[in-house]
Structure formats: structure tokens, C-alpha cells
Design a protein around this ligand. Structure first.
Ligand code: R2B
Ligand code: URA
Length: 305
């Protein structure tokens, strides 16, 4: 019922900040864009799908891949970085698809999302779907499995995002769009090219100690403690670990964006810590969320024609 209702209404991208109305100009500093210097509705008003991921190169590869999939390739266009004036984040666009990098970790993605949500709002975009396509460590799943996130949980396996605001801990909900997650899972099944599973994703503040690795510069626990913790995570439904999903889910929910997280696993953390697969194998794994989400976008756009 929900998806039917969604089709009928125009869902705006919501900002909840009265101060914005009083500002003559809004400078999106980390994108090198602004409301006075750029015509945001003309540049971005048609955006319906936003894909975000850690690395700038991967997000450029993604836009090239999507352009080919949607038959929107332009031989005279090498997909210029819209944020070329800054090296903080990179942004690419083809038709209704925007591809944006977010760097590593919650602080980095959170800054990017504040500015991205304002950009989509200023551009008067409606009915936007946003998907994080990323990498992760798996728990008890074969490397190269794609995990579609059911719930994004923190390091205590609770679906919450905690942030200090004015010195107080503010707790936010990390609910993602369950219909979208199911649709993406079905797309994985339809493609049949790689394993796609639905599972909880644990979001941590660190790659090493925060993810119970034994190979960081510091480690004050043993292999048995690591196994105990990861087994507990697996029992709580966690199938992969990454570093952005709780903030992503919380911020997208607050802005009314339909959101999902799709990550490839690069390693099974119950078996090891180091990313020891060859460069080519790791590259192939990183392309899997792109293939899945490219297929989803193509299918959705076809349905609109
Ligand atoms: C997955 O991979 C990165 C760390 O290597 C981090 O951005 C994440 O979430
Ligand atoms: N990204 C992570 O955050 N952890 C991993 O183990 C692999 C990629």
C-alpha cells in the first residue's frame, strides 16, 4: 500500500532548519556549489536516483556504467566532476542519476549528506531514491556476496545513530526503506550473477579495533575475544561491517529520502582480517553493488516509460 501511495504523491526532499529561510545565499562549501552562484533547479531538478559511495574513482566508474546501461553515453563527454573546484568530494551526473563520493567514516559522509540534502531541496527535487553502494567485511558470508541492509546497527548491535549535539547525546533512528531493500534483493535474484542476501549491517567508528581486527597498530584483545564478538554480531543478524550506514540511514530518514545500503563483502571476518585477495578480485567485488543498482535503476526507469 505504501508504495502505491508514494507513486501518487510528490515526495519533496525535506530540510528541517528554520535558519535556512533567512539566508540570502546558501554556500555548499564542500561541493563548491551555491544557491547564488549556480542554478541548482536547472542543474539538478531532474534527479531521481542518487548513489553515494566512498571513493571518487568508484563513483566516476559508476556513472560511466549507468550511462552505458541507460543508453545515455555521450562520446563527447568524459563525465566531468561537477565539484571540480574542490577535492573534498566528487559528483557526476547522467540524466536522472547523480553519483557522489563520501569518503571514509561517519564524519565524512555526514558533512556530504548535509550539503547533498540541501542541494536536492534547493533544486526542488521530488521522489528521490538514494542508495549507498559500498564495500564491507562479511560475517560468515563468502567474499563477493552482496549484502542489502535490513537494519543498520551500531557496534552494540542496536539500530541507532548517536551524535553529540550541543554537548548532549542525541539518538536517531536508523530505519531504512524495507520495500526498497526487498526490491533490491529481488533484482539480485533476477540477475543471478552473484549471491545477494538481506542482513543487518554493523556500522563502526573505526576499521581496526572498532571492527575487532587483530592487525591494527594497537590490539589489546585476543583472537578468541574477536571470535566471540563477531559470533555475537552474527547471532544478532549482522552479515557485514562498514563505517557509514547508521549516519546515512538516520539522515536520509529525517529528510524523507527513500534509502538503501548495498555493500559487497571483501573478506569473511570470521576467517581473517587482511584484504588479501588480488587487486583484480577486489575490483570485481566492488563492481557488484554497481551492477545490482544499475539494474534496479534501469528497471525503474523502464517502468516509468
Ligand atoms: C567500507 O570501506 C571503507 C574502509 O575501508 C569504509 O568507508 C567502509 O564503510
Ligand atoms: N570496509 C570495512 O569497513 N571493513 C572491511 O572489512 C572491509 C571494507
Amino acid at each position: 500500500m505504501d508504495s502505491v501511495k508514494r507513486k501518487e504523491t510528490n515526495r519533496p526532499v525535506v530540510v528541517r532548519n528554520p535558519n535556512l529561510c533567512e539566508m540570502r545565499e546558501d554556500i555548499l562549501y564542500h561541493f563548491n556549489l551555491g544557491t547564488e552562484t549556480h542554478n541548482l533547479p536547472a542543474l539538478f531538478g531532474d534527479v531521481k536516483f542518487v548513489c553515494v559511495g566512498g571513493s571518487t574513482r568508484r563513483m566516476k566508474d559508476f556513472i560511466k556504467y549507468v550511462a552505458a546501461e541507460l543508453d545515455m553515453r555521450d562520446p563527447n563527454n568524459d563525465y566531468p566532476n561537477i565539484c571540480a573546484g574542490t577535492d573534498r568530494y566528487a559528483m557526476y551526473k547522467v540524466g536522472p542519476v547523480l553519483s557522489v563520493s563520501h569518503g571514509i567514516g561517519i564524519p565524512s559522509i555526514s558533512i556530504m549528506l548535509h550539503e547533498l540534502i540541501k542541494l536536492l531541496h534547493h533544486a526542488c527535487c521530488t521522489n528521490v531514491t538514494i542508495i549507498r553502494i559500498g564495500t564491507s567485511g562479511g560475517i560468515g558470508v563468502k567474499p563477493g556476496t552482496v549484502v542489502v541492509t535490513k537494519q543498520s546497527v551500531d557496534g552494540t548491535f542496536v539500530p541507532k545513530f548517536e551524535q553529540l549535539i550541543l554537548g548532549q547525546t542525541v539518538v536517531r533512528d536508523t530505519e531504512l526503506d524495507s520495500d526498497l531493500a526487498e526490491e533490491l534483493l529481488r533484482c539480485g535474484e533476477e540477475l543471478g550473477q552473484f549471491d545477494t542476501v538481506l542482513g543487518n549491517t554493523m556500522c563502526t567508528l573505526d576499521f581496526y579495533e572498532g571492527q575487532a581486527r587483530l592487525d591494527g597498530a594497537f590490539c589489546f584483545y585476543r583472537e578468541s575475544d574477536k571470535q566471540k564478538y563477531l559470533t555475537k554480531a552474527r547471532e544478532a543478524g549482522v552479515r557485514n561491517i562498514e563505517m557509514e550506514s547508521t549516519a546515512f540511514a538516520a539522515m536520509c530518514k529525517m529528510s524523507g529520502l527513500r534509502a538503501a545500503v548495498v555493500c559487497a563483502t571483501l573478506v569473511d571476518r570470521l576467517k581473517g582480517d587482511q584484504l588479501s585477495s588480488s587487486h583484480d578480485v577486489l575490483q570485481t567485488y566492488q563492481q557488484l553493488p554497481q551492477i545490482l543498482v544499475g539494474y534496479y535503476i534501469k528497471k525503474k526507469l523502464k517502468a516509468l516509460i
